[in-house]
Ligand binder design. Structure first.
Ligand code: ZN
Length: 364
């Protein structure tokens, strides 16, 4: 711990070396210390988005979310328990930029015409194209996105591609606020601790240059994957990113941990573990969630039930009417379908894997 004087209001306070930008608890000024020269530089582009939810509303919205995702709403209070709920202001570098992509590739020709030479090269068609997009790209200003559950991957692209990075286009990733509310970017105000209210403000650990570098990498990769959806085989791909500006924005998030212990037959199929939901504090949207019953659990359930069903109908087919053999075939189909789905979805069952290594920070 060190003692430092704020260059804005001259008040002194303690700080740790962990942080890149120091925030004065008295006047909310943010500044960077140049260790070599001992000079302090106040940052001007620092904003905060207010949280529109408090803890009670978060819990109520969570119950509402459960009701819409779980069919037996009568049992909600018996089977579900909120284990923890907290909110936090996370720092993001928001980078305004233009990204331009040029790509080329080839695709297999759909049709072949009579009299065409059967040469291999003839069966492919050259393709090329370009596209450009403008983003306000948000990069978390913390070293680890694993401090809070669900923060690792907030970007849900419109295209059918998987993203595995933590940066995201701010305008489309954090949800749309209710009627009469501004977009999240426009709702920001000059940073003041009072706006954060009861929510702890997390410090900035990542420098602008690092954030810009990560944004460039992430957008290049994003655009490469978009290009791949446009062509059978991508030969070449080039993305140029032009930075227009960068701002620091503290954004509110709320996290819920809950447990699910079913009283019904379901309990034989459900693995008991903690589940998580993350809310956007301003737009109030559920950004990511672990469902009470995951898709793979549903499939296993199907598999077991259709197995039992097919066994019984086979037995009945032999003992009573032959018509039961039809039922046996039906159960067999359901079972086979479940096996096929389990085999195919094991790698993409996101609601189980996503954020599984995260833990709630001990300090909150
Ligand atoms: Zn100050």
């Amino acid at each position: 711990m060190f003692e430092i004087a704020c260059p804005n209001c001259k008040a002194s306070f303690e700080y740790t070396n962990e942080e890149y930008i120091h925030l004065c608890p008295f006047c909310s000024a943010g500044f960077i210390i140049d260790m070599e020269h001992g000079s302090k530089e106040i940052i001007s582009d620092h904003f905060i988005v207010p949280s529109e939810m408090q803890i009670e509303e978060v819990k109520n919205n969570f119950m509402g979310w459960l009701r819409s995702h779980y069919h037996k709403s009568v049992k909600l209070n018996d089977e579900f328990e909120i284990l923890g709920c907290y909110g936090v202001m996370l720092p993001y570098w928001v980078i305004s930029l233009d990204a331009q992509t040029v790509w080329s590739g080839h695709s297999a020709k759909m049709k072949s015409y009579p009299g065409q030479t059967p040469e291999l090269s003839e069966k492919f068609v050259q393709e090329q194209g370009q596209f450009s997009r403008r983003y306000r790209w948000a990069v978390l200003a913390r070293r680890s996105p694993k401090e809070h559950w669900g923060i690792e991957r907030l970007h849900n692209p419109k295209e059918h591609i998987m993203v595995d990075w933590d940066g995201f286009p701010l305008d489309e990733s954090l949800g749309i606020a209710g009627q009469g509310k501004k977009e999240i970017y426009l709702a920001k105000e000059k940073f003041r601790f009072e706006i954060a209210g009861s929510l702890p403000v997390t410090g900035v650990q990542i420098k602008e240059e690092q954030a810009i570098m990560r944004a460039r990498d992430q957008i290049t990769e994003y655009h490469r994957r978009i290009s791949k959806t446009k062509s059978g085989t991508l030969y070449e791909h080039r993305t140029e990113v032009e930075i227009a500006g960068i701002q620091l924005v503290h954004i509110p998030f709320w996290f819920i941990r809950y447990s699910f212990s079913p009283k019904s037959l379901l309990r034989f199929f459900i693995t008991s573990r903690e589940r998580h939901v993350v809310f956007q504090g301003y737009t109030k949207v559920v950004l990511d969630a672990e469902l009470p019953v995951s898709n793979s659990e549903k499939l296993y359930m199907n598999l077991v039930l259709s197995g039992v069903g097919s066994f019984i109908s086979l037995l009945l087919g032999f003992l009573t009417y032959h018509l039961f053999f039809l039922l046996f075939l039906f159960f067999l189909c359901v079972g086979t379908f479940s096996i096929w789905r389990i085999y195919n979805t094991q790698e993409t069952d996101i609601d189980v894997k996503k954020g599984s290594q995260n833990e709630e920070p001990a300090s909150l």
